[in-house]
Design a protein around this ligand. Structure first.
Ligand code: PMP
Length: 316
């Protein structure tokens, strides 16, 4: 059943970055009716700008909007809005090798609503910010803590979409892990507390021989665009890739573990702590599979390799 009106968005405008006005009773402020996306634009040596699979972000936002009773832009309108915003901010896209322009589209219930109900009005906006490379000197391994007591999603919940509330629910576990010196939290499924789900803002993969496994998408983890791309790239390179239930015990004899996401791209995991036991990977935590996949994907995204997948969108 449909719970929101069809989208009928007015023509957008380009505005300088600044505060926005919202009613105190806006749906997003009171009932968390908000979605976001994240993607990056890279500047190439020829001074063109590359977006990476922006239509995937559009589709994911449309899927999220359906779950959150929100109308959404079409794929075409979303991608067009991203292109116009990036072009208007072209001077902020860092030079090749120096980072990227992070693009943050937001869709929110901006109309006033007092009783619990979908908002009567919606706002779509995009803001951008230059960001440096996630790792200053090549790949740096991260150290994860497996969380037993907190979960980021439950079956039937909203873990599979990029809604703001999912991030509110991880703040406490993530802050506690960081205070203990970990980079982030690795969540388990909330029913059996035994299967890997994902990290606060990236997907997880384990490597054993020539097989790479990653938790299957079943509504409680975010279908990452980097995850999907890495699966394809790895298969092309001859790896066997399995999307399935991955139990926490498999961490004990994995050769490598890595995470994927727009921010981290491919991030090797140096150690994982589970029930007080620390499992370390590789010599310095940077596995060869993660390294290889990182360079394949970044070369595509930065326009250093030929885009045989047709994943990049060039702006001039
Ligand atoms: N999981 C979560 C919870 C995330 O926030 C993100 C970042 N969007 C990801 C996974 C990775 O998704 P993507 O590769 O599309 O950035």
């Amino acid at each position: 059943t449909k719970c929101s009106a069809d989208g009928n968005f007015s023509k957008g405008e380009l505005l300088p970055y600044g505060d926005i006005k919202l009613s105190p009773s806006a749906g997003v402020l009171n009932y968390g009716q908000g979605l976001f996306e994240g993607l990056k634009a890279y500047r190439t040596k020829n001074d063109s700008i590359l977006l990476f699979r922006p239509e995937e972000n559009a589709s994911r936002m449309i899927m999220g909007a359906e779950r959150m009773c929100m109308p959404a832009l079409t794929v075409e309108n979303f991608v067009e809005a991203v292109k116009l915003t990036v072009l208007a901010n072209k001077r902020w896209v860092p030079p090749p090798g120096k980072g990227s322009l992070y693009i943050r589209p937001l869709l929110m219930g901006s109309g006033a609503v007092l009783g619990l109900a979908p908002s009567p009005e919606y706002t779509f906006l995009i803001f951008v910010s230059p960001v440096g490379n996630y790792f200053k000197e090549g790949l740096a391994p991260i150290n994860l803590l497996v969380e037993k007591d907190y979960h980021r999603a439950t079956p039937g919940g909203t873990g599979g979409i990029k809604t703001i509330g999912n991030y509110a629910s991880v703040l406490k576990a993530q802050s506690a892990a960081k205070a203990k010196g970990y980079s982030d939290v690795l969540y388990l499924d909330s029913v059996q507390k035994r299967y890997l789900e994902e990290v606060s803002s990236c997907n997880v993969f384990i490597v054993k021989g020539k097989t790479i496994s990653t938790p299957e998408i079943k509504g409680t983890i975010l279908p990452g665009i980097t995850r999907k791309s890495i699966i394809d790239v790895a298969r092309k390179q001859g790896f066997q890739v399995e999307e399935r239930l991955v139990s926490v015990e498999e961490l004990l004899d994995a050769d490598e573990v890595f995470c994927t996401g727009t921010a981290v791209v491919v991030s090797p995991v140096g150690s994982i702590t589970y029930l007080g036991k620390r499992i370390s990977y590789g010599e310095n935590g940077v596995g060869i599979v993660a390294q290889k996949l990182y360079s394949s994907l970044t070369s595509l995204q930065m326009g250093l390799a030929e885009d045989t997948m047709g994943w990049t969108v060039e702006l001039n």
